[in-house]
Design a protein around this ligand. Structure first.
Ligand SMILES: Nc1ncnc2c1ncn2[C@@H]1O[C@H](COP(=O)(O)OP(=O)(O)OP(=O)(O)O)[C@@H](O)[C@H]1O
Ligand SMILES: [Mg+2]
Length: 326
C-alpha cells in the first residue's frame, strides 16, 4: 500500500533573474516499510523535493506551484502550519543535509532530544533522559552520558549529524526522510548509521526516503530508487533492475562514473561530459540532450514522456533503454 504519494509536485524559485523550476512535475510513491533511494547530481532538486513534502521550502523565494503530497490520502500541501507541525518531526521526520538547520545552539543535546519524547511519547523527565542516552548510544556517540548535557557547538560536525539522526528517530516516525545523512561521516560510522536505519524499518516498519549521491549507499540500503535530473525523475524502478539494466543514458553515466577497485591507477575515471544546464534557461527538449551520447533530433525539441521498459521500471528517454553500449 502506498503510504506517501507525491503527484506532479512543482516547486519554483522566483528571482529578478527569472524562475528556476527546481522541482518540475515530480511524481513517486513510497510504500509502507519501503526504503526508496533518491539520486542525482548536485542541484537536481533532491533536497527541494524533500523539503516540499513537509512544507519547509522558504517562501519567498521558493513556492510550491503545483501538485499534491498525499500521506495516507491526506494532502500535506493543503495543511495549515499548525496542522503540518503535528506531522513534522513526529509522524514524518527529516534528517537535514546541514545539521545546524535543526539543532538549536541554545539548548543541550539532551534537552533537544527529550522535548519531543515528552511531548509526543508522553515520557516523564527521567524516562526521557534515559531514552535520550540510549538514542545517543545507538547512533554511535561515545560517552553518551556526558554528551547528553553538552551544547551542539561543543560537538564536531560528525557528532552533530549523529545527534540529528537520534532526534529524527526518537519519535519512531512512520516516514523518515534522510537527506545525505552520512555524507559527512567516516565510513565506519556511515555503515553503523545505515544499519540503524535498516533496524528502524525492520523493527517498527518505518518507510525511508534516502537522498544521496552515493550509489553505493543505494545498492546497500534501498529496494527501489528514483533518479533525478534537472528537477525531473528520469528513471525509476527496483534497485537491482536499475543497476543491472540502467535505461537512461544519464543513469548509465552515473553508474560508469563509480570508481572500481579493479581499475588500474593509470586508467582515467569516467565523467559525464558537459555540465548541468541553467535551471532558468532550460533547453526545449530533453534536459540531458546536450550531454547525451545518444541524442537524436527529436530529443532537442521535446521532452520524452514516461515509458516502462519492464514492470515497474520507468524511463523518460526516446531510446527506451536502447542506447546501451553505443
Ligand atoms: N533558496 C534558494 N533560492 C534559489 N534557488 C534555489 C534555492 N534553493 C534551491 N534552489 C534551486 O533549486 C535547485 C535544486 O536544489 P537542491 O538543493 O534541491 O539540490 P540537490 O539535488 O539537493 O543538490 P545537492 O546534492 O547539492 O544537495 C538548485 O539548483 C537551485 O537552483
Ligand atoms: Mg541537497
Amino acid at each position: 500500500m502506498n503510504l506517501l504519494e507525491v503527484k506532479d509536485l512543482e516547486t519554483h524559485f522566483f528571482s529578478r533573474a527569472g524562475v528556476a523550476k527546481a522541482v518540475d512535475k515530480v511524481s513517486f510513491n513510497l510504500e509502507k516499510g519501503e526504503i526508496l533511494g533518491v539520486v542525482g547530481e548536485s542541484g537536481c532538486g533532491k533536497s527541494v523535493t524533500a523539503m516540499s513534502i513537509l512544507q519547509l521550502v522558504k517562501s519567498p523565494p521558493g513556492k510550491i506551484v503545483g501538485g499534491e503530497v498525499l500521506f495516507e490520502g491526506q494532502n500535506l500541501l493543503a495543511l495549515s502550519e499548525e496542522e503540518i507541525e503535528k506531522v513534522r518531526g513526529n509522524r514524518i521526520s527529516m534528517i537535514f543535509q546541514e545539521p545546524m538547520t535543526s539543532l538549536n545552539p541554545l539548548f543541550t543535546v539532551g534537552e533537544q532530544i527529550m522535548e519531543p519524547l515528552r511531548q509526543h511519547r508522553g515520557m516523564d523527565k527521567n524516562a526521557a533522559k534515559a531514552e535520550a542516552v540510549k538514542l545517543l548510544t545507538d547512533v554511535g556517540i561515545p560517552l553518551p552520558e556526558e554528551r547528553v548535557d553538552e551544547y551542539p557547538n561543543a560537538l564536531s560536525g560528525g557528532m552533530r549529524q549523529r545527534v540529528m539522526i537520534a532526534m529524527a528517530l526518537c519519535c519512531r516516525p512512520e516516514i523518515l526522510i534522510a537527506d545525505e545523512p552520512t555524507t559527512a561521516l567516516d565510513v565506519t560510522i556511515q555503515a553503523q548509521i545505515l544499519e540503524l536505519m535498516k533496524d528502524l524499518r525492520d523493527d517498527i516498519g518505518t518507510s525511508i526516503i534516502m537522498i544521496t549521491h552515493d550509489l553505493g549507499v543505494v545498492a546497500e540500503l534501498c529496494e527501489r530508487a528514483v533518479v533525478m535530473y534537472c528537477g525531473n525523475i528520469i528513471e525509476s524502478g527496483a534497485v537491482e533492475e536499475i543497476f543491472k539494466h540502467p535505461a537512461h543514458p544519464y543513469t548509465q553515466g552515473l553508474l560508469k562514473a563509480i570508481p572500481k577497485l579493479t581499475d588500474d591507477s593509470n586508467s582515467k575515471l569516467y565523467n559525464i561530459r558537459g555540465s548541468v544546464p541553467n535551471l532558468m534557461d532550460l533547453p526545449k527538449g530533453c534536459k540531458f540532450a546536450n550531454r547525451c551520447d545518444c541524442c537524436m533530433d527529436q530529443c532537442k525539441t521535446s521532452m520524452p514522456d514516461e515509458t516502462f521498459v519492464s514492470k515497474g521500471h520507468m524511463v523518460r528517454c526516446f531510446r527506451n533503454g536502447g542506447c546501451e553500449n553505443e
